[in-house]
Every structure is written in C-alpha cells, then in structure tokens.
Design a protein around this ligand. Structure first.
Ligand SMILES: [Zn+2]
Length: 876
C-alpha cells in the first residue's frame, strides 16, 4: 500500500477497473426495485463548469447509494446539442456547428469520465444526431395528424440580429435575450403545438393536492411558478356594442368590442376602454390620424411580456371612437393603450379607474373620470390617491351600481353575467395565460421540420418512410440568416404528393423540443425501429430529476406536455415524467474589482487578493497581494469568465483529484442551497482524504488478535453505529453535506480510539469498513482503493454492489448510563448505573454514592425521586 495518498494514481486505477468490468451498464432484468435518477442534460458549450460538477455529483451519490441498497438504478447522460451558441461559434471560427458541437461533446465526456460518474454511457444521446431527432420529426407528424400541431400565422417577436423568432420570455427590456437587439413584431407562418389543450391537466398536477398526478415531490416554488405560468383565471367575457364600420361599410368585429374581466362586479365603474395597438379598432382609427398611427408604431417596438408591460410607463391615446356600455347604454371612449396585449384574450380591456391601480394611474394621467362603484365598510374613497382597499374584492360591496347595489363580489359577478347573458352580450369564461407553443425557428442548427411546400398541394408532411429529414452538417452560417436557404440539395425536392418540384421547409424546431423527451430515449437508445419501447414503461416516470431552477417553467412544462401527448398516442404509460425534482443551488464565488482610470472595470481573481475584514469578521474590502493597493469587494455572484471568478473543474481535478472536487461540492452546502466557493475549504476536503488514507495505512499494519470487546471498543462501536444511523437518515433526504460531516465524525472517532484496547482492532476494522461505504458515494475512487487494500473486497465483494452497512441495534444499547445526582434539588454530582437498572437499583446506587454521603451531611433520606434517564433527587 502506498504511504501517501496519490489521487491521480488512485483515480486512474479505479476508473480502469470500472471500465474493464463495464460497471455502469444497466439492465432492465436486474433484480431490485428500479430507480431512475437523471440530471438535466448539458449543453455542450466546451467545458464543464462547477455547476455541472455539483449537479452530477449529487446524482452520482444518489445512484451509488441506492445501488448498494439493492435498487436497479439508471443514471444516463446526453447532450442538448442543437441551438444558437453552436451557430455563433461557427460564425466566429468558420467551422460548421456540427464539428464544434461534436468536439465539445468529446471533451466534456472525457471530463465527466475523469469525475468518476456512474453513467451508463451505452445510453448516451446527442440531440443533434439524426438517430435522435428522427423521432422529433416522427412525433411532430403524429401531432399534425391528431391536430395537436398546426400551421398558423401569428404576430411574433422577431430578433433582427439573430434572425429568429423569440419566445416572450426571451425578450428582456424589449431586446433579444442573446443579441441585445431591439425586438420587432412580425407576422409570419409557423407551427404551433396545442399545449393549451392540456392546460387543465398540467395545472391540476401542480395546483391541486387531490389530483391523482399531484407532484408532491417537487419544490413548492416550482409548482407555484408553473401554476402562475399556466395562469387560469375565472371571469366574464362580454361585449361593448358599437356601430363602427370599416371602409366597405361592414361593422368592425360585427359591432362588438369584446373584453375579459375578473372584476365584473365593477362594470358600472367603466369610464373608458383600452385596446392593443394591433387591435382592428386601433388600426381603423389610425388610418385617418397620423399622430395615432405614429403612437401605434412606437408601441410596437419593445417587448411583449407581461412582466415588461408591468414595468413600462403606461401610455395611451384616444381613438376618437366610442362604444356603448352594455348595461347602462352610456357612450364609452376607446383608447389605444401600450399596456394591452393583443395576444391576451381579445386584445382589449375595460377601464375602471376607481378599482384598478393601473387604470387609476392611467385616468389620472389623461384626466379620465373616476367613478367609485364598490365600497368597503369603514373606508372613505378619494380620487386624490390610490389606496389598496380600492382593489379589494374580498370585502367589496357594490355602490352607485343600480340593481347591483349591496351585493358582495361573487353575487355581483353572477348577477352581471346573468344580465349580460340576457342581452346576448356576454358570459362567464375561464381564461389562461398559457399560450400554444410555437416551435418554428428560422435557424439552421436544429431539427428540420418535416414539411415540403408544393405550389399545387400546399404544405405536405414528409412521408414517414422518408424520415429522418437529415440536416446537412457541413454548412457554416455567416450571419445573413439561415444557410439552409442556399442549400439546394436540401431545399429542392419532389412533392411527395404530386411529384412536381417543391421546396423543403427550412425552419427548424425550437430546441426545447429536443429536451422534452430525451430522458425517455435513454431508456431505449439502441432501438432503431421505435421512439420508445417497453423499457420506457419500466423506467418511467423518472424517480429523481436534478437541475437548475432556471428550468422551472419552460423545460419542465414542455416535458410534461410532451409526455402527456405521448401517453395519449399510446406510446408510454406515464402521466407525468418526473416524480421528484431537486433544483440544485448555484455555485457562487467572490467578486473583486476596481474602476480603471479610463472609466472601465477591472476584475481580479480571488487568489490575487487578500480580504480586509471589519470587527465582526465581515469582508469589507480587499488588497491586491502584488502591491497592496485597494480593491473593491463586490460580494458573491455566479461564476463567470468576465468577472474573473470562475473556477475550472479541470484545474481542480488536476491539482487535487476528482474525489476532492466532489467532496468539497457535497460538503460545502446542502444540495438545494447556493454554494459559496472557498479555496481553504477545498484544501480542507483534500486534507480529510489524506487523513482517511493515512488511517487506512495504519489499520493495514495493525495486528488483529481475537479478543472480547472491552469498554473502549464497545464505546467506539456505539459511536460508529450512532453516526451511521444519522448518515442513513441524511442519505434518505439527500442532505449530502451532513452525510459528509458524518463521515468526518466517523474518522475522528476511529482516530481517537486506543488501538491497543481489548477487541479494538476488530472494532476499528468494522468502523473503517463503514466509513468507506458511507464515503464511497461521494468519493468513489479513494473508497474503492482502500476497500481493496484492506481486504474488504474479499469479504463483501466489489464496493459497487457491497451491501450497505446495517445499524447494529445491539451496539447502540448503552451498558451503563449516567444520571445527575441532586440532593434537595441541588446538583451534587452524578452516578453510574446499569442501563437496565430499575427504580430500586437506582435508589440504592444514589444512597450508596460518595457524593450523597458528602452532601447529605449524615441525614437520612426522606424521599427519592427518579426521573428515568436523567436524574435522581434525594430529599433529606
Ligand atoms: Zn404537390
């Protein structure tokens, strides 16, 4: 056995062993309960970062621990390999995205192997391989057949720099999330998946604990984020009739301006209506009004998310048009408002300034009337300033509202719906915030949409036998749009229906399609004839999914939708894809910077500076080690290249070994909390592993004479099994930081024991065997090496499948216990009694003790009170 812990030799040997035994190949026919543990698949950006190391180590600990506990565990890995960064890298380096992507995959795969992850690589999936995306295309065609997918023309967010459509959430402050370009609105055709058809079911599993698919194993906040995103609201949809006609004399929208409201009880307070800039009434009014037309054009720049609209200064302009109030018959002016979304509901809203904060501000700004129509007892209404109770529907009672007066919210809404229905002008309606999923992207590096456009037959689906539609892998985008347009061998095809020359669709699918079902493909990656098979039903639903909170909405929602579609097509049985979800925290590091004389900011690496602390030990600044000059401390933030605070996992592995990197990331924080980088703690983790090695060396040299365990050995065993009991509990709740601290306590206990005591060598050997198994899921290489060196392998088999150590209940039983001794209620000492001692025996021991003799001053005991397990009080 090596004197010193040599991480690189230990890790190379362990990995060679795992490779030669094909240790991580998983089979469905293996006995044991199945467990599917999966990390969200990475984008092959070039290198692993510390967030990956953390995520995969969590997954690896779970996998190894469960495998030792007899589960049949699957831990696969793949690559989310399509998408924009590859195109941008291609433009920069003049290499095709395919080459860049495959090179990165190869490099990152080597890094993962160096980390010693228990991945079954035989199931690897790269979403850019035709073998994979063929099934995207196949399912897309099935969805077209079933009407779940359809072609529509819609107004979209267009990024003029990236030349693509952006989802609402990809528009930030009116600019493209990646390019920073001011987003334009365009009307273009594309394919949409009807996720809204599944809205009720998607909502129930996150919002209704009684639902059969309720996702109790998900973090509360993720369920809430999905619930809000789906955004179900109940209200009334009704029309303001009008007689506004277009140039041909026809009434615009049949003479009805429809709105939706959740506050129909305030309908008598309407003093204006606001329509979206794209609304037909707005367009009609703008035709003869240059000022309004200019305003509308201004509104169309910038983002369209609700979050953005909420932040935007509310602006409007009157159209000069009027509609009729459906209940009072009053004339109501129509405004164009920059805060009204055409894509939400009917693209128009009623304005009730007295009871809606946004409308209140709008009315104050433009001098529109404000009419109070609900009251709350004890409150006084004033048009001077907004007060929160104006919008309170729970306590509201109608006033100034004719027949509605005196009615509370719910009754008033019912009454209004009834009155509107009687006039044929409205009804109760449920609306959703969720929109159908537009999957067409005007990009090259993605799954080709399997459609052929024929002048005679229209949009014709590619016949199933011609799948996959293979994306050419040798094109290099130059920034002038999708290079597929110029690729004649791709574009020019014969129409599958009439055989005449036709053009292939050049749009590709949103990469969220790729990530919506890859976890199912892992279960049957070698099946060339079907998308999924019986093995998918064996593994699904996934038991534990692990990924970042940034995927809480879109990816998880799309994957849930996709799974339900596959279920409805009879492909899988699962209703929901992910039973449990863990959102691991981010990895943060300290940020040091200072302003340069030129007005820029210069960042420094943490190792270049020395912190300056205040009296409480808080960092208040820093000094540059090189010259002692002052540097500003910016707190902690996500690791980034641009801020000189990233840590390259490879450097860490090269310097200390993978086990140290793994141990540090598991020990530094619970999996769901943010992790602050700390170089000293990394050193500490490495030191701990050296101590484990040193102890193993000592133990290997220890003679083990057979001897009955004495008190010291029994005490050690009790401590070891107590710690094991806690560790088991922490493994169960995935609190891996306290698992590691349990391992540290175990080592302390073993190191502190007297090896010469009776029966101690056997107790130490047992304890070290437990320590190696407790530690193995976190640091598998060193545990594997010591397991073999010390002969545990011969006894229990390969550590991979070695049985998890059982808590020895007998060892936990204490032979003797200590009770506090009180005399007349004052603490006077302690007595030792057998753990099984009854009240009489405890009394006798108390009265016979030296402490009692001393403090009772010769008086006889009048009464003895025993509190079991704690104390004995003698009254004299
Ligand atoms: Zn045709």
């Amino acid at each position: 056995m090596n004197e010193k812990y040599d991480a690189s030799a230990v890790e190379a040997a362990a990995q060679a062993h795992w490779q030669s035994t094909d240790a991580y190949r998983v089979r469905e026919d293996k006995p044991g309960e199945k467990f599917y543990a999966c990390s969200m698949l990475p984008y092959p950006s070039g290198k692993l970062h510390m967030g990956h190391v953390r995520n995969y180590t969590i997954n690896d600990m779970l996998t190894r621990h469960l495998r030792m506990n007899g589960h049949n565990v699957l831990m696969p890995m793949g690559w989310d390999a399509f998408g924009l960064p590859a195109e941008n890298a291609a433009m920069k380096n003049k290499v095709p995205p395919a080459k860049w992507t495959y090179d990165n995959i190869a490099y990152m795969k080597r890094q993962m192997q160096a980390m010693g992850l228990a991945i079954d690589w035989s199931r690897e999936v790269a979403t850019c391989s035709p073998e994979y995306y063929k099934w995207n295309q196949w399912l897309f065609l099935k969805m077209l057949e079933k009407g779940i997918a359809e072609r529509r023309t819609q107004v979209v967010n267009w990024d003029p720099v990236d030349q693509t459509v952006l989802a609402n959430e990809q528009v930030i402050d009116g600019r493209g999330w990646r390019s920073g370009a001011v987003v334009e609105k365009r009307e273009i055709p594309g394919y949409y998946l009807k996720i809204t058809d599944y809205a009720e079911e998607l909502l129930a599993a996150v919002a209704d604990p009684e639902d059969k698919n309720y996702l109790a194993g998900w973090p509360e906040r993720v369920r809430l984020m999905q619930e809000n995103w789906i955004g179900k609201s109940a209200g009334v949809r009704f029309a303001f009739p009008h007689t506004i006609a277009d140039d041909s004399g026809a009434l615009i929208q049949d003479g009805r301006l429809y709105v939706f409201t959740t506050r129909a009880d305030t309908i008598m307070g309407v003093t204006f209506c606001a329509v979206a800039p794209e609304h037909p009434l707005a367009a009609h009014a703008a035709a003869g009004n240059a000022e309004l037309a200019a305003f509308i054009e201004r509104c169309q720049q910038g983002g369209t998310t609700e979050a953005e609209l909420a932040l935007k200064e509310k602006e409007g302009m009157p159209t000069g048009l009027f509609v009729t109030h459906p209940l009072t018959g009053a004339q109501v002016p129509v405004w164009v408002g920059n805060y009204v979304l055409m894509s939400y509901g009917d693209g128009a809203v009623m304005g009730v300034p007295a009871h809606d904060e946004r409308d209140f501000a709008f009315a104050k700004k433009y001098g529109l009337p404000i009419q109070q129509v609900v009251a709350v007892e004890g409150e006084t209404f004033s048009t001077d300033a907004w007060a929160d109770w104006y919008g309170d529907k729970q306590r509201a009672v109608c006033v100034n509202s004719g027949d509605l007066d005196g009615l509370p919210y719910k009754d008033a809404v019912d009454k209004v719906a009834e009155l509107l229905a009687a006039k044929g002008l409205g009804e109760k309606r449920t609306t959703w915030r969720l929109r159908d999923w537009g999957v067409s992207r005007q990009r090259y590096w993605g799954t080709p949409i399997p459609i052929i456009h024929c002048d005679h037959c229209g949009a014709v689906p590619v016949p199933e036998k011609d799948l996959p539609v293979v994306l050419p892998e040798d094109l290099i985008p130059d920034g002038s749009g999708n290079p597929l347009h110029q690729c004649a061998t791709f574009v020019d095809v014969a129409c599958p229906q009439c055989g005449k020359p036709a053009k292939r669709e050049t749009d590709t699918m949103d990469t969220f399609v790729d990530s919506s079902w890859y976890f199912m493909r892992y279960t049957c990656a070698d099946n060339h004839d079907a998308m999924v098979d019986g093995r998918t039903d064996y593994w699904m639903p996934m038991d534990q999914y692990i990924g970042g909170i940034e995927h809480a909405i879109l990816h998880l929602l799309y994957a849930r939708f996709w799974t339900k579609v596959m279920r409805d097509l009879g492909l899988v049985k699962a209703d929901e894809p992910f039973t449990r979800l863990l959102t691991q925290g981010m990895v943060l590091n300290h940020i040091y910077s200072r302003k340069t004389p030129q007005g820029g900011i210069e960042y420094f690496w943490p190792h270049e500076v020395e912190n300056v602390f205040d009296a409480q030990g808080k960092i208040i600044g820093a000094k540059l080690k090189a010259d002692g000059s002052a540097v500003d401390y910016g707190g902690v933030g996500t690791m980034s290249k641009s801020k000189n605070n990233g840590v390259d996992p490879q450097d860490l592995i090269d310097r200390y070994g993978a086990d140290t990197a793994r141990l540090f990331t598991m020990f530094a924080a619970p999996p769901e909390a943010t992790l602050e980088w700390n170089d000293a703690a990394v050193e500490g983790a490495h030191r701990f592993l050296r101590r484990v090695w040193a102890f193993g060396l000592k133990l290997s040299a220890l003679a083990a004479p057979a001897a009955e365990a004495g008190d010291a050995a029994r005490k050690l065993r009790r401590e070891v099994h107590q710690i094991l009991q806690q560790v088991n509990f922490d493994y169960g709740r995935m609190q891996y930081n306290t698992v590691v601290s349990g391992a540290m306590k175990l080592l302390n206990a073993l190191e502190g024991a007297d090896a010469a005591a009776a029966g101690m060598p056997a107790a130490l050997r047992e304890g070290f065997g437990i320590l190696l198994r407790v530690l193995y899921p976190a640091t598998p290489h060193i545990a594997h090496a010591l397991w073999l060196e010390l002969g545990y392998g011969a006894e229990f088999g390969d550590l991979l499948d070695a049985p998890w150590p059982q808590v020895d209940e007998a060892a936990l039983v204490q032979d003797t216990i200590e009770l506090m001794l009180q005399v007349n209620g004052k603490l006077r000492g302690a007595i030792q009694v057998a753990a099984s001692a009854d009240k009489a025996a405890i009394e006798a021991a108390a009265l016979a003790s030296a402490d009692f003799a001393k403090f009772s001053e010769g008086k006889a005991a009048k009464k003895v009170i025993v509190v079991p397990g704690r104390l004995v009080n003698v009254v004299v």
